[in-house]
Write a protein that binds this ligand. Sequence first.
Ligand SMILES: [Zn+2]
Length: 275
Amino acid sequence: MTDDALLARTKDLVREETRVTTEIPHHLREIESRKLFCALGFSSPFEYAVKELGYSESAALLRIDSMRLLKELPHVEAQIQSLEGKSSRESDRALLALSPEPEKHRPESVRPVSSELSEVRFLASDELLKDLEKLKGLLAHKYPDMNFSDLISYLSKAALKDLDPAQRQVRDKCSPIASEVKPATRPDGVRQAIPAEVQRQVWQRDGSRCTFIHPETGRRCESRFRLQIDHIIPVKLKGSNDLSNLRILCREHNAWEAARVYGISKIRPFWVKRS
Ligand SMILES: [Zn+2]
């Protein structure tokens, strides 16, 4: 390759790099609106970008940021077109700079720093900081050297005792035992609530985590966010409130399963944007 050809080729490659960089957020946006990450067993486009596409967390964040910007600020689209000819790093920066409050668009992040420790990044309001300092003060007699991490760990344990369905004590001693098969609807068609003890056992058995498994890859969804108890055979199709008919799903996979069971056409208008 001659010097001139080398220089020209490099310029072409950089132009191509920029084109690809600005096109990827559009594709991610479409993948999000079609919920394709869900079909693959991921609970978010970010998780998909890291685990399936192989981006580093920071690279994935930047692309998801850009994707959200496109969604929230449609006028950004025209400005993105003007990024042609800039290097990919410059266009990344320019994408972020288009946001009136770039910090707001940066998702909270968790970055592993050792096999057992992670650095967590999030924005705290003045009010939250004041409350945390106040709590540190109140706990100081018992835990004089508490740092933010200790405090959040203390608060999490206290909150989980109350909120984690798998840890919740059954107050009603008369609640039916789990092995008892209970129809989810009475003969007159009225829907019956899942007994508290059965609910607790579902949460415990499924480890308070989404149980969706991708049929081909065998990958289990890792989401612990917005979990719901799902009837495997739906109540409408005479599914029971029995432990074996219940499972934990995240919101995305609950919607995904509903679409599968009832046919995608019924559900589609609510959560899939038509192209
Ligand atoms: Zn899930």
